[in-house]
Design a protein around this ligand. Structure first.
Ligand code: ADP
Ligand code: MG
Length: 863
């Protein structure tokens, strides 16, 4: 609730209360089922547990609705079945509200239901069965009886506040008021037997922990809300039925704590349950009379009985009420007996009554609307306006819902079948009401004075009167004037001393006798007075002595206490010192911790960076391993192929040899089979042939044999012809000395056709030297024709061209550097051979070493 943030109850409490507005309690809703009037009557409500009732559609209803049967259960905080006593209802529902009232908190209790459901029976009671109202009064007076203030010490003002006046002023006011015709309530007379029957509660229910150091006063007022008008039922003015607007209706006002009150309403201070209930009964009678005289429908009015409890703390001596206004509190318990909740047509109201009835329904309707709006706001967090002002009833209790307090409702139901429809409405309203929450009132702060001062004061008084009694003095100070009066009565009256007759000899002797008697009495009195004075003096002296001794005792005690206090102070100082030392140590430790933590952080960072580095290295290593693996595989494959090739070449060579042998064998065979006539020439021809054969079939040169001079050299005079092999991957260097061969056949890859036409071969090979510069090697060789019909190159010399930059190794990082270092290092051992090897033994019989012969074109590895 949005307004719950305000501080309020109990009114007139100027202490800023600790706001405990976050604590909210739902409206406590109870259900009371009254017994049925006639036995065997059809019922539509059953109590099925101590918290649940079941409502079911009665026969008539079912017949009217084609046999439709409904059964609904409603749960409450507690359900009171027909057998539950008034006392139990009071204990459960009203007792906590009375306890709150005595502790300075506000409460609201109302009964709701259709006419005849037992609202009044529950609230007021029936003869012999006192309801909640007399029980509340009884509990209040049982609890505060020993601490009640004298009448008129508390004075309610006309702004819903209360003030305190001193006892003398209160006494004066009492005398003033009692001089007026005594109101019935104040007269000491026998309690009306009817009332006695209603308030004969005899529970002796009381609150045990009442603040004894406060004084209390109870004020009651009784109003009726009828037709949306408020009437004061305790107003003493006589009724006049001829005036239609009579009695005057009252208006509502808001006090400074936002509580609503009926302006100018009679508030009667009451000192006992009997007195309070008498006041109520008077109002009740007045209400009945008004209803008869003004032709009102009594079940259509709401009656509100207000019990206000004023309380103020005693002063430090415990003998007088503290006058401070902010320490006075005023709490209120409102007991409301609502009008019947049934719809108008049910009561068969007519004419004027119908209009009134409509209004009454209107105020109950407003109550329902307010409760629904409150529930909606609280449940869905909406900010819907709650229309309290639409009716006097809701407006009067606005602050209970808007501010704080305890609200309880007893839903009364008559289980008879005729009430089914109305009872359902009542149940639905009760269900919604249970969901509304009201801020819990804050606890009353203590006044700050030592507790138990009232009893100290009383004990002192008792002791004083006991002492006086021992000394034969007046037992009670209050009895002084009484004694004096009695004594005065003992003085014989002075007879008339008028001498009318000269011979009158009786008047004077009588006078003398009386005067002597009076003198004697006076002497006696003087003696007694002197005796009393002496006695009092002695007493005072004794009192003085006892006070002195007590003072001494107290001083000794004080000295002892002071000693203890000094000891404790030293202890405190020591502990404080210790605490300081410890704080200092803590400080140092905290600083050390901070340093260590910083160090730890640094180390952690270092560790992290190192581990990252390590990881990087590990991954680098893995990459390298993978690459090496690749290279190994590649090399293995290369060598395997090489081996295969060599095996094939060897086989070919062996076949050749075989072929030569075969040829020789053939020739030998021919020689052998030649005719005899040719025989004389034979030796020289045969030698020649053999020589030629030997020459032609001489085995190819052994790979490791020293280079032999060319047997099939082309004529030098014709000039040497060069194959200039420049691989396309070569880079154009800007060297002045460019390798230039005239009339050379330029090739980008070695091919047999070109080789066949030339006798010199030159490969221009580039590689990265160790200093990062490009080194150009011109690898030269001679071209041979092999026996197999192929071409072979025998390398003869390497010419190295190297360009050096004065800036040295910087070139490596220059953008013109064509290859990354990895690639360069890779080419160092692959490219020279592979490129050279292309030159080019395709057939068996090559005399070049294995490192120089390859079948395949150089494979470029992808980076
Ligand atoms: P209401 O005030 O709701 O119109 P009443 O309190 O006047 O109803 O009750 C109507 C009648 O029913 C009264 O005679 C009353 O004594 C009786 N009654 C109501 N509730 C109970 C109950 N719990 N036990 C016994 N009698 C009851
Ligand atoms: Mg009633």
């Amino acid at each position: 609730m949005k307004a719950a943030a305000r501080t309020k109850t109990p009114r007139k409490h100027a202490f800023k209360k600790a706001s405990n507005n976050s604590l909210k309690d739902p409206v406590g809703v109870y259900c009371r089922v009254r017994p049925v009037g006639v036995s065997n009557q059809e019922c539509c409500i059953e109590v099925i547990s101590s918290t649940t009732v079941q409502v079911h559609s009665p026969d008539g209803y079912r017949i009217a609705r084609n046999g439709e049967y409904k059964e609904v259960q409603y749960s409450f905080k507690e359900v009171f079945s027909t057998s539950i006593s008034q006392k139990h209802v009071f204990d459960v529902v009203a007792k906590p509200l009375v306890e709150d009232l005595i502790r300075g908190k506000n409460g609201l209790l109302f009964t709701y239901g259709v006419t005849g459901s037992g609202k009044t029976h529950t609230m007021t009671g029936s003869p012999g069965e006192g309801g909640l109202l007399p029980r509340c009064l009884d509990m209040i007076f049982n609890s505060i009886a020993p601490f009640q203030a004298k009448r008129y010490v508390f004075k309610l003002d006309d702004k819903n506040g209360v003030e305190v006046q001193c006892e003398v002023d209160a006494l004066l006011e009492r005398q003033k008021r009692e001089a007026l015709p005594v109101p019935k309530t104040l007269g000491k007379r026998q309690v009306d037997p009817e009332i006695a029957d209603m308030i004969n509660v005899q529970d002796n229910c009381r609150l045990e922990d009442v603040d004894e150091d406060s004084v209390y006063s109870v004020f009651v007022s009784y109003i009726e809300i009828y037709n949306n008008y408020i009437y004061d039922l305790l107003d003493e003015s006589p009724l006049d039925p001829t005036k239609p607007k009579f009695p005057q209706s009252k208006i509502l006002r808001e006090d400074q704590n936002h509580n609503m009150y009926v302006a100018g309403c009679t508030e009667v201070e009451v000192k006992s349950t009997e007195e309070a209930f008498e006041v109520f009964w008077r109002g009740q009678k007045k209400r009945r009379i008004a209803h008869t005289q003004l032709n009102r429908e009594s079940s259509r009015s709401h009656s509100v009985f207000l019990i206000k409890l004023a309380q103020a703390p005693l002063n430090a001596d415990g003998d007088n009420v503290l006058q401070e206004k902010e320490l006075i509190s005023l709490s209120q318990l409102s007991l409301v007996d609502l009008a019947g909740s049934e719809r108008t047509n049910r009561t068969k109201a007519e004419g004027n009554r119908l209009r009134e009835a409509g209004n009454i329904n209107q105020s109950l309707m407003t109550l329902r609307t307010c409760i629904e709006a409150l529930r909606e706001n609280q449940t869905y967090g909406t900010n819907k306006m709650v229309p309290y002002r639409d009716s006097k009833l809701t407006h009067l209790f606005k602050n209970y819902f808007d501010g704080e307090g305890k609200v309880r409702m007893i839903v009364c139901v008559n289980p008879k079948a005729e009430d089914y429809d109305e009872s359902l409405q009542v149940m639905r309203f009760a269900e919604i009401t249970q969901e509304v929450e009201v801020a819990r009132p804050a606890d009353k702060p203590l006044c700050g004075l030592t507790p138990g001062r009232r009893f100290k004061n009383e004990a002192f008084r008792e002791e004083l009167s006991r002492q006086l009694e021992i000394r034969g003095g007046p037992v009670d100070g209050d009895r002084g004037p009484l004694v004096r009066e009695l004594l005065l009565q003992n003085f014989p009256p002075v007879p008339s001393c008028e001498l009318l007759d000269i011979n009158d000899d009786q008047t004077l002797p009588r006078l003398i006798e009386v005067l002597e008697k009076r003198h004697h009495i006076r002497q006696n009195l003087s003696e007694e007075f002197a005796k009393n004075v002496l006695c009092v003096k002695n007493m005072l002296q004794e009192l003085d002595a006892s006070i002195v001794s007590k003072e001494n005792f107290a001083q000794v005690k004080i000295a002892e206490r002071e000693k203890i206090i000094t000891g404790q102070k030293t202890e405190i100082e020591r502990l404080e010192k210790k605490a300081r030392t410890l704080e200092y140590k803590i400080d140092i430790l905290e600083k050390t911790t901070a340093i260590y933590e910083e160090e730890k952080r640094n180390l952690q960072q270092e560790l992290e960076s190192k581990s990252q580095k390590l990881q990087r290295q590990v991954s680098d290593k893995r990459r390298l391993e993978a690459r090496l693996q690749g290279m190994v595989t590649e090399t293995t494959m290369k060598w395997e192929k090489e081996c295969e090739r060599r095996v094939a070449a060897k086989q070919l060579e062996m076949q050749n040899k075989l072929w030569v042998k075969d040829e020789k064998l053939k020739q030998l065979k021919a020689i052998v089979t030649e005719p005899k006539s040719n025989k004389p020439e034979r030796p020289s021809r045969e030698k020649d042939r053999e020589k030629a054969l030997q020459r032609s079939l001489s085995p190819p040169p052994v790979p490791n044999a020293p280079p032999v001079r060319l047997r099939h050299r082309r004529s030098r005079s014709a000039g040497e012809r060069w194959v200039d092999h420049k691989p396309p991957s070569n880079i154009q260097t800007e060297t002045v000395m460019q390798p230039q061969v005239p009339h050379a056949i330029m090739v980008t890859s070695a091919n047999e056709k070109a080789l066949a036409k030339c006798d010199k071969y030159m490969l221009t090979h580039q590689e990265l030297a160790s200093d990062g510069e490009i080194e150009t090697k011109l690898i030269k060789g001679d071209v041979f024709k092999t026996r197999g019909g192929g071409q072979a190159v025998q390398f003869t010399e390497i010419e190295t061209l190297k360009q050096e930059s004065p800036t040295g190794r910087k070139r490596r990082s220059s953008p013109s550097s064509p290859r990354p270092p990895e690639e360069a290092s890779e080419s160092e051992w692959t490219d020279v051979e592979t490129r050279c090897s292309v030159a080019v033994e395709m057939k068996a019989g090559s005399h070049l070493g294995p490192g120089y012969q390859h079948h395949a074109q150089p494979k470029r590895r992808k980076p």
